[in-house]
Design a protein around this ligand. Structure first.
Ligand code: HMG
Length: 388
């Protein structure tokens, strides 16, 4: 039975910070960000647009009534949790009107958890072929004002519907993971922003890529020439490009390596304008590839490298299905162009605003632009969401 991704939805915030403006404010040349990191803009979410509203908006756009009746599991991968106990997917399940006899859970391992969620979804559909699983990656990446990671922040969610006979991509069942207990990027409960050993994290990313790739090739008897494209986790596109350059063997033909590089460029188109969205970054890269590549065709295989600090890495591949083009959008850049641009002062105020919760557990918020859903208030320590 073929199992895979039948639909993909994406949502990001309605505000944007141009990195040229941030560079001027931080005393850097804009080229350090646009060329050194290969990032141009960051999505900035206000307090009323959290991982729940982003996730619900990403999924709402792609689900039919029939999907809502057939989904019996909602898995949310995130590292921007809003509660230590209740899973954000429970709120999303309610907002989306998914039938009640469903399981809703949250999964965590830094940026990697979406990949684990897809694996669990695949196993579920294998067992119950007529059911569907909604996998959502939703995160708000905040490093803090003036930090080295500041130009790599972002906000967004991807929703992927996992089914049998998928119309976009099929899983090829060749996953290989690697776990190593390190502290390259982590966020203890008492901190709202992560601790990061930046350069060490880039070395771990690249080393995890190379060592997992070497073992994957041995076990799967595959090499890079079998892939039309290779998507890598995108904390910032320049690191992924370094990774791809390390994978391309010297003996590869110029034509084959150029195709991989062209498809890499297609895969970073959206991330250049959104920034790092942690669990969703790899899958935003995949969506960007599918919607912007000039040379993909049904049957092509796409390799993926998932990396979450801490660290877990995984390499696996997907195969493009016959009618994949019909399931995609070609006008997503227009949505991104509609976001309201913030000055650096506005960004500092908006992105780092904290809820002012009274002793009784209540908070209200100013009105901000959001997607289809918004966090309206906090009442007696409970988060109140509304469909707009
Ligand atoms: P930095 O200060 O930008 O580092 O911090 P840099 O000074 O090395 O500059 C970066 C690049 O810009 C360099 O290019 C410079 O040469 C270039 P490279 O040598 O690497 O090719 N540059 C310029 N280029 C053109 N014109 C100029 C110019 N000036 C400099 N004028 C750092 C980089 C990664 C440390 C920082 O962004 C950071 O801390 N980021 C957060 C951590 C991160 O993203 N790590 C990535 C691996 S870990 C990961 O992927 C997991 C993660 O997503 C979290 C999770 O799993 O949950 C982060």
């Amino acid at each position: 039975m073929t199992i895979g991704i039948d639909k993909i939805g994406f949502a990001t915030s309605q505000y944007v910070l141009k990195l040229e403006a941030l560079a001027h404010a931080r005393g850097q040349t804009p080229e350090k960000y646009t060329s050194g990191l290969m990032l141009d803009e960051l999505s900035i979410s206000p307090i009323t647009e959290d991982i729940v509203t982003l996730a619900a908006s990403a999924a709402d756009d792609i689900l039919t009534d029939e999907d809502r009746a057939s989904i019996d599991m909602v898995i949310m991968a995130t590292e921007s949790g809003i509660d230590q106990s209740k899973a954000a997917s429970v709120c999303v399940h309610h907002l989306l009107g998914i039938q009640p006899f469903a399981r809703a859970i949250e999964m965590k391992e830094a940026c990697y958890a979406g990949t684990a969620a897809l694996n669990y979804a695949k196993l579920h559909v294998q067992q119950y072929p007529d059911r569907k699983v909604l996998v959502i990656t939703s995160d708000i990446a905040k490093y803090g004002i003036g930090s080295a990671g500041e130009p790599t922040q972002g906000a967004g969610a991807l929703a992927m519907l996992v089914t049998k006979k998928p119309r976009i991509l099929a899983f090829l069942d060749d996953n290989l993971a690697q776990t190593r207990d390190i502290y390259d990027f982590w966020r203890p409960n008492y901190s709202t922003t992560p601790f990061v050993d930046g350069i060490y994290s880039t070395k771990q990313y690249l080393d995890s890529l190379l060592t997992t790739w070497e073992e994957y090739q041995k076990r799967q008897q595959k090499d890079l020439s079998q892939f039309a494209a290779f998507c890598l986790h995108l904390p910032y596109p320049k690191l992924a490009l370094k990774g791809l350059n390390k994978l391309i063997p010297k003996e590869m033909t110029e034509e084959a390596s150029q195709r991989l590089r062209d498809n890499f460029d297609a895969s970073i188109t959206y991330s250049r304008k959104v920034g790092n969205i942690y669990t969703g970054s790899l899958y935003l890269g995949l969506l960007s590839l599918l919607e912007n590549s000039q040379n993909l065709k049904a049957g092509d295989k796409i390799g993926l490298f998932s990396y979450g600090s801490g660290a877990v890495a995984e390499i696996f591949s997907l195969q493009l299905q016959e009618d994949y083009g019909k399931m995609l959008r070609k006008d997503r850049m227009a949505d991104l162009a509609k976001r309201s641009a913030l000055s650096v002062a506005e960004y500092e105020k908006l992105f780092f605003e904290e809820a002012n919760v009274t002793d009784d557990g209540n908070a209200t918020f100013a009105t901000y632009d959001t997607g289809n859903f918004a966090l309206k208030s906090i009442q007696q320590h409970q988060r109140i969401y509304v469909r707009k």
